[in-house]
Design a protein around this ligand. Structure first.
Ligand code: PLP
Length: 444
């Protein structure tokens, strides 16, 4: 096994390509984490992907545990998905009019996630959450939004707000360029802390339009909701006339056939959000995202209602073809395989770290998982402060040892690992073979 360093015919190395990109594009990337800032080194410029593998411009193949940041549950370039995209592309790339396949995608999602009675398609997760918040404000006639520290909902202004302390505060902007007046409409609360949430509602309850929450948090590494947390937060919000937006952009159709909602629906913690956002898997690797929910709320959107929302590329026929085909193929066997590969990697990475004496915690939400390094991480984390307490510097050497051995992990310790149903024994054994050296690197 291992990576095969064979130069592409053009001969450009990753370093050449990165230098050229940096001259043309800020930081050389179109989304910041791709720049490898938190692990150092040269980002790999990818030229193709198939099944569980990605190949860089130097011709090196890596077992991939990023999966396009989530969408590729079937593995990359699944022949049926590619075929559907090719067929759709041959019929025209974009019509700016309704197509039958959009309704099919809406019906597929509504059939699986009961709280979604009506659905609207957009192109990115950022658009989905931004539109859901506007809708919640339009529906309730209120302005304030509550989010949890460490939750990521895309990069619209009001959602970049982050709290600097464990106390609920009116947020300061988390990015330059966000007006303080905009950030001040977002209240940030520690995750999994119902007391803090109750305190915010006690103080501002009649002004809160919605609470937005990752159904299970996976953008600070994985931090699952405590049992019953989602349910209790819905009850609290509803008691104050506020809505709950469950953000399943990352978890939707990845962790189960009905997303995180589907996992909790089977338990005592079953919860019913008012609005749900989707992305990633619903586009099968193409730009599709969605917001859905109770019909009474969704019907406040234009053209039926006064809340404006639109998009030239919304419901794009080529993109939706990838999403519909992916969801149709994502049957019980696919989710069983994702769970199996996930459990194997959790166990084996943990064993390799233990063998080298690296204290660590394993964080799990469905088939999503990540690791917390050091003694502070060994007990697990239930919120952002807990995640930040780990020895995060141990991840960079671990990451690079894996990359050198031909395994591509997320280039930050604060990201989930993503398995695919195409991770067969050949792919997983290449990962397992790489682990001892990586664990040794993390130990030093
Ligand atoms: N919400 C969640 C939970 C996400 O994980 C992401 C992206 O990672 C987004 C929203 C934003 O989606 P996009 O990057 O498609 O704008």
């Amino acid at each position: 096994g291992g990576a095969r360093p064979t130069r592409s015919p053009e001969g450009a190395t990753n370093a050449d390509l990165f230098a050229r990109a940096q001259a043309a594009i800020p930081g050389g990337v179109n989304s910041p984490v791709r720049a490898f800032r938190s692990v150092g080194g040269t980002p790999r410029f990818l030229v193709s992907a198939r099944g569980p593998y990605v190949t860089d411009a130097e011709g090196r193949e890596y077992v991939d545990l990023v999966a396009g940041w989530g969408p590729a549950i079937l593995g990359h370039a699944h022949p049926e998905v590619i075929g559907a995209v090719q067929d759709a592309a041959a019929r025209g790339l974009s019509f700016g009019a309704s197509t039958p396949v959009e309704t099919e995608l809406a019906e597929l999602i509504e059939a699986r996630v009961a709280p979604v009675e009506k659905l609207r398609l957009v192109s990115t997760g950022t658009e989905a959450t931004m539109s859901a918040i506007r809708l919640a404000r339009g529906f309730t006639g209120r302005d304030l939004l509550v989010k949890f520290a460490g939750h990521y909902h895309g990069h619209s202004d009001g959602l970049l707000a982050e709290a600097g302390s464990g106390l609920a505060t009116f947020a300061l902007p988390g990015s330059a360029g966000v007006p303080a007046d905009v950030a001040a409409l977002t209240l940030v609360v520690p995750y999994n802390d119902l007391d803090a949430l109750a305190a915010v509602f006690a103080e501002h309850g009649d002004r809160i339009a919605a609470v937005i929450t990752e159904a299970a948090a996976a953008n600070m590494g994985v931090v699952p909701p405590l049992p019953g947390f989602n349910r209790a937060l819905v009850e609290l919000a509803h008691a104050h006339g506020a809505l709950v937006i469950s953000d399943e952009v990352l978890t939707g159709f990845r962790v189960s056939k009905a997303g995180w909602w589907g996992i909790e629906a089977e338990t005592d913690a079953a919860f019913t959000p008012d609005l749900v956002t989707f992305g990633k898997v619903v586009g099968g690797g193409m730009p599709v995202a969605a917001l859905g929910g109770r019909a009474e709320i969704m019907e406040r959107l234009a053209p039926l209602g006064p809340v404006y929302q639109a998009g030239t590329l919304s419901g794009n026929p080529v993109a939706v073809a990838a999403g519909v085909t992916t969801l149709r193929l994502a049957d019980d066997a696919v989710y069983a395989k994702l769970d199996e590969v996930s459990a194997l990697l959790q166990r084996e990475v943990s064993a390799a770290l233990s063998a080298e004496g690296v204290a660590h915690g394993v964080q799990v939400a469905g088939n999503l998982f990540s690791f917390l390094f050091g003694e502070a991480g060994a007990g697990g984390a239930r919120d952002y402060a807990g995640v930040l307490a780990q020895e995060s510097w141990r991840y960079a050497p671990f990451f690079h040892a894996m990359l050198d051995a031909g395994v591509s992990l997320p280039p930050s310790v604060f990201e989930a690992w993503f398995v695919t149903a195409a991770h067969d024994d050949t792919a997983t054994s290449r990962i397992l073979d790489a682990l001892p050296a990586a664990a040794r690197a993390a130990a030093s």
